[in-house]
Design a protein around this ligand. Structure first.
Ligand SMILES: C[S@@+](CC[C@H](N)C(=O)[O-])C[C@H]1O[C@@H](n2cnc3c(N)ncnc32)[C@H](O)[C@@H]1O
Length: 268
């Protein structure tokens, strides 16, 4: 099973989409207290920048929140219409809506189960969760100022089609904030795919070391949540998915075999 998690992107797309639904429904069943509202590897500064100020109840998710904060912080979000694609359990959408105060925040995910969970769990003014597929988003041309995409696009059926859709949905001058893991040596191909959409690159940064540092800092929380909630036969798969120390995913970041990149693009 844990090999399925590692090799997920190499599987036929017909299997990949239902796999997310199964995975989300499993987490909904196992996480009875609803503690897990993020599904990313996190971000931590390498040079001792002052800690991001968070409300007490957000502290447990500090590293995952810091990734979202890093991803959007260079663009104007206040009073803007924001779309997130691949919003998962909604923690990032809730954080950005509460702290950055957009005019509206629409968070879309392929799994209707997780969308239902998010709409009942996250009660934040201006935030709504909808079901939809990244390559065929149900939104009109030029309907958003910012599109956010965190750790979701890597295994889409067509990443080029998704980037073209982002360009279509953005208003002129709008921004695309994108972060994901990319296999070593493949960033040039992603850069080409991004540029093929017609958007221009404003900034690009490799943040693998920040992600490894976040995984180190967050290790205990991730591991104990899994040990406490996940039955033994599934634990290895969850530790892999969570990037726990000792997992192949953690090692792939630590060794540089897998990189983590952040891009900001602008619609011309
Ligand atoms: C690793 S999770 C990241 C979730 C969230 N961005 C976070 O950082 O917590 C990836 C998410 O992308 C969603 N996803 C995968 N393929 C998708 C697609 N084609 N369209 C929309 N969402 C998709 C999955 O259901 C999952 O919730």
């Amino acid at each position: 099973m844990h090999k399925l998690v590692e090799k997920y992107c190499e599987m036929p797309t017909a299997i990949r989409r239902p796999m997310w639904r199964v995975w989300h429904n499993l987490i909904i069943k196992l996480d009875k207290n609803k503690d897990a509202v993020f599904m990313n590897y996190g971000y931590q500064s390498l040079n001792g920048d002052p800690a991001l100020e968070l409300e007490n109840h957000d502290e447990a998710n500090r590293y995952c929140i810091q990734l979202y904060d890093y991803v959007v912080r260079s663009v104007e979000v206040a009073n803007k219409d924001v779309l997130e694609v691949g919003s998962g359990r909604g923690g990032g959408a809730s954080y950005i809506t509460r702290y950055f105060k957009p005019k509206s925040y629409t968070a879309m995910d392929i799994s209707s189960g997780v969308v239902k969970f998010c709409n009942s769990y996250h009660n934040v003014e201006g935030l709504q969760f909808v079901a939809g597929v990244a390559e065929e988003p149900p939104f009109a041309d030029e309907s958003f100022d910012v599109v956010v995409n965190v750790e979701s696009a890597r295994c889409y059926k067509s990443i080029r089609k998704f980037f073209a859709e982002v360009n279509r949905m953005l208003r002129p001058g709008g921004h695309f904030c994108f972060a994901d893991m990319i296999k070593k040596g493949e960033v040039e191909s992603i850069r080409k795919d991004l540029l093929s959409s017609g958007m221009e690159i404003v900034s690009e940064t490799e943040i693998t070391k920040n992600v490894v540092k976040a995984l180190d800092c967050d290790h205990e929380r991730r591991e104990s949540a899994i040990v406490n909630k996940v039955p033994g036969f599934l634990r290895k798969s969850f530790l892999q998915f969570a990037g726990a120390k000792g997992s192949e995913r953690y090692e792939s970041f630590a060794s540089g075999k897998m990189e983590y990149w952040h891009f900001v693009l602008r619609k011309k």
